[in-house]
Each structure stands twice: as C-alpha cells, then as structure tokens.
Design a protein around this ligand. Structure first.
Ligand code: ADP
Length: 260
C-alpha cells in the first residue's frame, strides 16, 4: 500500500492526525513481476536459436571466402552483423530482467584501465567507416571494478554517439582524473537532446520521441543499463547536450582505493 498523507493541525497548532489516500499496489506489483518474467523467458528462449544461427553464418562465410564467392560471402557477413545486433538486444533484455530482480552479477577486480579502453576503442573504430574516434586520454593506472561491465557502458555510449550523429565524422573520447575520481566522456556532434528530455534518457525503455529520433533503431535500454552499472560501481553518470549540436555523456568512477 502506498500512502500519500498530509499532517493536519488544529487552530492552536497542535497535531490532529493525517488525511490521505492509501493505494493498494499489489496488482501493479504482480503485473510488473509478470512483465519481468515474460521478458526474461522470451529473451532466454531467443538467445539459443540466435547463437546457433551465428555459428552457421560464420562457417558459411568462411566456406564462401575459400571458394572465392566474394559477393555471397559479403552478404553472409552482413547477416552476421545483423545477428550481432540481435544478440546485443537480447543481452540488453536479459540484463534488464537481472537488474529488476537484483541478480546482475559483478566481478570486480583490478585492471589496467587505459589498456582495456584502447582495446575497446580499437574494436569500436572497426564498426564505423564514417566516424573517427579521437582519443584524449590521461594515464588512469589500475582501476578496481568489473572490466566487462564498465566496457559495456563505454561501448554503449560510443555506439550511441555513432548512431545519433549520422552527419558528423568525429567522436571524442576523453578522460580526466583527480584525487578520487576517474571521469570518461564521449562527445558527439550529432542530433543532440532537448533540455526537457535530458533527465529522462536514463529511464528504462525511454526513447526521445520526435521526427528525427524515430529513424534510429533501439529499445531504450542501453542508458538505463549503463546508469545501473555505474551506480553499482559507486559512480555517477550524466549528460550535457544541445539539440542540433551534439551530446556529451560522462561517467565518473571512484578511484580512492586504487593505490592501497
Ligand atoms: P536506444 O538508443 O536503444 O534508444 P538508449 O537507452 O541508449 O536507448 O538511449 C535512450 C534514448 O536517449 C535514445 O532513444 C535517444 O533518444 C537518446 N540518446 C541516447 N544517446 C544519444 C546521443 N548520443 N545523442 C542523441 N540522443 C541520444
């Protein structure tokens, strides 16, 4: 039951009681649980056939390349790319169910931040021919955290920067460091986000509506998952943006214990 009461006072100022409404949310909670269960089961069931399809396309691509059927191999390669997209969407759905049920696992340990970041940015650079990822990185040393999960956040921010800046050719990834925080920002020069929508983009399933935005595919989960990961790592995530000019997404992680 969610109570929404206000204290009432007599004329002499003494407290006389509460007036308010109490809403029974048992049904709402049940529906939410049903929704979470459905997403969990559906994404789990989708994962197996997609994984097997991926294995087949990779074998097929190699066979066609060996035979010298370049055009066919290229088509299968594109199919594999689309399967990667599907795998990542299913992964996002599975992560959301894990977050909602408090089961998102973390494997925190020390890792060399810049080495991991450079490797990741190299992979991400390979996903775009249009954009150049410009790096402005300070040496961050060893960081304590889940390398895969933090990598997932960076991938998300850079992938979004690429997706939402179709008419620009540059993305800047920069890091700064102070005594107790490492900050990483991804800046793009794309469509930007209106002020009124800025604080909503980290919500589950939220997608900015509008003529421009509808042309970009997505489920509205990447930033929600990213913000949950950063929160669980003890950090914070935020965005600054100007519509039509571009956006800068940043996160900061605590590094107070890194030399202990
Ligand atoms: P998705 O991109 O799958 O829709 P996200 O959770 O990653 O989901 O992002 C939520 C919404 O925030 C997007 O639908 C988009 O409207 C907006 N957004 C995210 N990143 C950017 C960006 N770099 N530039 C402009 N809009 C963005």
């Amino acid at each position: 039951c969610v109570a929404n009461g206000r204290p009432q006072y007599r004329r002499d100022g003494s407290f006389s009681g509460y007036i308010g409404a109490c809403v029974d949310i048992t049904e709402q909670k049940y529906m939410q649980q049903q929704k979470d269960d459905f997403i969990g089961i559906a994404s789990h069931e989708l994962k197996t056939p997609v994984t097997s399809l991926k294995a087949y396309t990779q074998v097929l691509e190699r066979m066609l390349q060996k035979k010298g059927d370049v055009r066919e191999a290229e088509m299968i390669g594109r199919m594999d790319g689309q399967l990667n997209r599907l795998t990542s969407l299913i992964g996002d759905l599975l992560d959301v169910t894990k977050i909602n049920s408090g089961k998102l696992q973390f494997n925190n340990q020390e890792f060399d931040f810049n080495t991991a970041l450079e490797d990741l940015l190299e992979d991400l650079q390979r996903t775009t021919t249009k954009h150049t990822i410009v790096k402005k990185l300070v040496p961050a040393g060893l960081i304590h955290g889940d390398k895969e999960r933090i990598g997932q956040v960076i991938t998300n921010l850079v992938t979004n920067a690429i997706k939402y800046s179709p008419h620009s050719d540059k993305i800047i990834v920069y890091t700064t460091i102070n005594d107790n925080e490492l900050t990483l920002c991804v800046q793009d020069f794309g469509i930007g986000i209106a002020k009124k929508n800025l604080n909503k983009v980290f919500e589950q399933f939220y997608r900015v509506s509008g003529e421009m935005q509808h042309t970009f595919p997505g489920l509205g989960l990447g930033l929600y998952i990213s913000s949950e990961i950063i929160k669980r790592e003890g950090g914070r995530i935020w965005v600054t943006s100007e519509e039509g000019k571009g956006s800068t997404f940043c996160f900061a992680l605590p590094i107070a214990n890194r030399n202990k």
